[in-house]
Ligand binder design. Structure first.
Ligand code: ADP
Ligand code: MG
Length: 235
């Protein structure tokens, strides 16, 4: 019996009559980094939003730490240890970097004075920008803030949707290194949606390829080099 932290079984999600997920199965073990890949429109964001309770599935279950959380609120999922960084590096643009982190800390409703400092320690660049409004940060800095905000919730699994999309190369490297450090040094489980194969090859322990609303192929990082993977990811 392998210990699984997050298990998705037979997950089906639709937008009205338009079905997108047709029975997705996925498991993430503690301390493991799993990369979800797949073409544009494959349903990666839909999958993560369903895992986080932002979309309700029409069938299937999401189990976290052995508990069925399929019908719980997003807020409960975050409090139970699931950190989410949605696609598009969303922040509160009118609030400063410091306020963005503080608001999240307050929303958690628990006394944890070190949470903001610990999150900032992962992205030293942000500590020089604490009084800047998030809307005035570069895309890469906003993404770092979005990840830091998720870290304020002290997740045991960090779920990220294309964190390097549209971001300048120098910051991609910083984000990659931060994810790697969190994963390796802090033993954080990570579920990462990433289109950039090189980065997936460097970071992933395991991968899953979403195609046609199901996981078509999965395996260890070495299998990522296979022709089947290239075929499924080819546009
Ligand atoms: N809010 C929505 N309403 C209707 N269809 C949507 C919505 N969001 C996404 N879709 C459709 O669902 C499919 C999967 O989208 P998405 O999960 O965003 O894919 P990916 O993240 O892999 O690019 C696409 O065909 C997309 O057009
Ligand atoms: Mg997406």
């Amino acid at each position: 019996m392998t210990d699984v932290m997050l298990r998705v079984s037979g997950l089906e999600t639709a937008y009205g009559r338009s079905r997108v997920l047709f029975g997705v199965d996925l498991a993430v073990r503690p301390g493991e980094l799993t990369c979800v890949m797949g073409r544009n429109g494959a349903g990666k964001t839909t999958l993560l939003n369903t895992i986080m309770g932002l979309l309700a599935p029409t069938a299937g279950t999401v189990v976290f730490d052995g508990a069925d959380i399929t019908r719980t609120s997003t807020c409960q999922r975050v409090r139970s240890g699931m950190g989410y960084v949605p696609q598009g590096h969303e922040t509160f643009p009118q609030l400063t970097v410091w306020e963005n982190l503080q608001v999240t800390q307050e929303a958690m409703g628990r006394r944890d004075p070190g949470a903001v400092d610990d999150a900032l320690a992962v992205f030293p660049r942000l500590t020089k920008l604490l009084q800047r409004r998030a809307g005035f940060l570069s895309g890469g800095q906003q993404q770092q803030l979005a990840i830091a905000r998720a870290l304020v919730t002290r997740p045991r699994i960090l779920i990220l949707d294309e964190p390097t999309e549209g971001i300048q190369p120098s910051i991609i490297l910083e984000i990659e290194e931060a994810i790697e450090r969190l994963h390796r040094e802090h033993d954080l489980a990570v579920l990462l949606v990433e289109q950039y194969l090189d980065l997936a090859l460097r970071l992933a322990d395991r991968f899953a390829i979403l195609d046609g609303g199901v996981v078509r192929h999965s395996g260890t990082a070495e299998d990522l080099r296979s022709d089947e993977v290239k075929r499924l990811l080819a546009v």
